[in-house]
Design a binder for this molecule. Structure first.
Ligand code: ATP
Ligand code: MG
Length: 198
């Protein structure tokens, strides 16, 4: 039997408990062998925003996932030049892991709707099955009526609601408010130590 690998792409600026709960729940609900976190290099949809250096985002992702034996982190997108495209990442992973490995791309309810804007959406569905996690503030009930979510290549996954976002965390740091218990302790320390989001 082939392996079932979850792929969790994200900017992870910073990684927070919303990401970790989503990955753990996908591991359980879809009987995955492992979840591979793939921090983006330069995210093409966020070209106009200021994004922290890829190395900082990669290291925070490693720190946050270190204690889970079924979580791993890939440098694939971080080490690649130019904008990041999920289709290219899935293509390389598929080539690397072989045809027996089944890929599951894990996204939040907000990100899955961007799929339609992605390059070559039909090839994406050939490469991986898409898992769309419920996320507070993004109404999946109306999304489910939305054409892309009716696609057989996407399954909606209900997870415990965590109204946490990296945008909110960055704002909190800027305003000197706490982020402890929204992110793993090591990530909190890293943010302070590297002076991120000031
Ligand atoms: P930002 O506010 O900077 O966009 P974010 O919190 O949305 O950050 P991303 O790195 O953009 O985090 O997200 C990576 C993936 O994790 C996306 O698919 C996103 O939908 C999903 N995700 C992030 N936070 C949550 C959450 N609280 N619940 C469910 N899914 C989430
Ligand atoms: Mg986001």
């Amino acid at each position: 039997m082939g392996r079932r690998i979850g792929v969790m792409g994200g900017t992870f600026d910073p990684i927070h408990y919303g990401h970790l709960v989503t990955a753990e729940e996908a591991l359980h609900q879809f009987s995955l062998d492992e979840v591979l976190f793939v921090p983006t290099g330069r995210p093409w949809m966020k070209e106009h925003d200021v994004v922290s250096p890829a190395e900082d985002r990669y290291l925070m992702t490693v720190i946050a996932t270190a204690s889970n034996p079924r979580f791993a982190v890939s440098r694939m997108e971080v080490d690649r030049d130019g904008p990041t495209y999920t289709v290219e990442t899935l293509r390389s992973l598929k080539a690397e892991l072989g045809p027996d490995t089944q890929l599951f791309f894990i996204t939040g309810a907000d990100a899955v709707l961007e799929i339609v804007q992605w390059k070559e959406p039909e090839e994406l569905f050939d490469l991986a099955h898409f898992i769309a996690a419920t996320r507070p503030g993004y109404d999946l009930a109306s999304f489910e009526a939305h054409a892309p979510l009716a696609h057989p290549g996407i399954t909606v996954m209900h997870i415990p609601a965590l109204a946490i976002s990296s945008t909110d965390i960055r704002g909190r740091v800027r305003q000197g408010r706490p982020i402890r218990y929204l992110v793993p302790e090591g990530v909190n320390s890293y943010v302070q130590k590297a002076g991120l989001y000031r």
